[in-house]
Design a protein around this ligand. Structure first.
Ligand code: NAP
Length: 245
């Protein structure tokens, strides 16, 4: 029997998650697309790999456990998990509601821990695998009105490091891919023109925001290339914005 090549991707309905799912399928992987609706966007017919649609709300532990079991079952094993689903809420810290803090931590951080934990037995059953967590370059900078988002993404970096250390003996690697500003359907207009575009053109040494394919190709490369010594790291993909003075 062929070795399993199934990777589960959370938040695969749109944006960066949809691009990652497509890129992995192009590279021949079977992609379990975990979405809240259980449906995914239209896909090309020429992808080398196949898609499995699975319903999953990442804030619901039972849903995550069920979805990963279904992905492993239909995909004949699980060798990867991409924790991409996330939300962004902002507001002044002195009046930021606790409920919004909790919602953001639940969706961006607790979900990553839970999905990793629930994926663990499936990865171990396949002899190991690679978990890629989608963090953010906001994890290491101070951003006004973004305390909860920054904290949630810093937690993703910490989860990545702890699991990398704890699960290395099981041949499970864990990497945090931390993008900078990425153009998606939601922000395309604001990024193309006007004050945000002008600000980013000045602030990002690369001179522009990234695209979803930048993130997708990095994640695809991490799965396609065999780099056993790479684990626990946060890889920043931000056009050097996070280190610019
Ligand atoms: P997006 O276009 O808003 O997509 C977010 C995705 O997360 C959607 O698929 C959404 O599903 C899913 N999601 C949200 N809550 C969920 C839940 N409770 N259960 C399951 N899925 C849920 O965002 P994006 O820009 O592609 O961002 C993807 C990831 O990259 C996030 O973790 C984000 O923090 C990170 N990131 C983005 C940028 C950027 O500039 N875009 C920069 C750095 C990091 P629905 O379709 O059902 O809502």
């Amino acid at each position: 029997m062929a070795a399993p090549r199934t990777i589960a991707v959370t938040g695969a309905s749109r944006g960066i998650g949809a691009a990652i799912a497509l890129e992995l399928a192009r590279r021949g992987f079977t992609v379990a697309c975990l979405t809240r609706s259980g449906e995914s966007p239209s896909r090309p017919h020429d992808a080398a790999g196949r898609f499995i649609d699975v319903r999953c709300d990442v804030t619901d532990e039972a849903s995550v456990a069920r979805a990963l079991a279904e992905a492993a079952d239909e995909g004949e094993g699980l060798v990867g998990l991409v924790n991409n689903a996330g939300i962004h809420l902002d507001g002044k810290s002195h009046e930021f509601p606790t409920i919004d803090w909790q919602r953001m931590m639940a969706t961006n951080a607790t979900s990553v821990f839970v999905a990793c934990r629930e994926a663990y037995p499936h990865l171990v059953a396949c002899g190991g695998g690679l978990i890629v967590n989608i963090g953010s370059f906001y994890d290491r900078i101070g951003v006004k009105r973004n305390l909860a988002y920054c904290a949630s993404k810093a937690a993703v970096g910490a989860i990545t490091r702890c699991l990398a250390v704890e699960w290395a003996a099981k041949n499970i690697r864990v990497v945090d891919v931390a993008p900078g500003y990425i153009v998606t359907d939601l922000n395309r207009e604001a990024m193309a023109d006007g004050p945000l575009h002008d600000y980013l053109a000045k602030r990002i040494p690369a001179g522009r925001a990234g695209g979803v394919t930048d993130v997708a190709r990095l994640v695809g490369a991490l799965y396609s290339e065999d780099i056993p010594f790479l684990t626990g790291e946060t890889i920043y993909l931000d056009g050097a914005q996070g280190i610019a003075h």
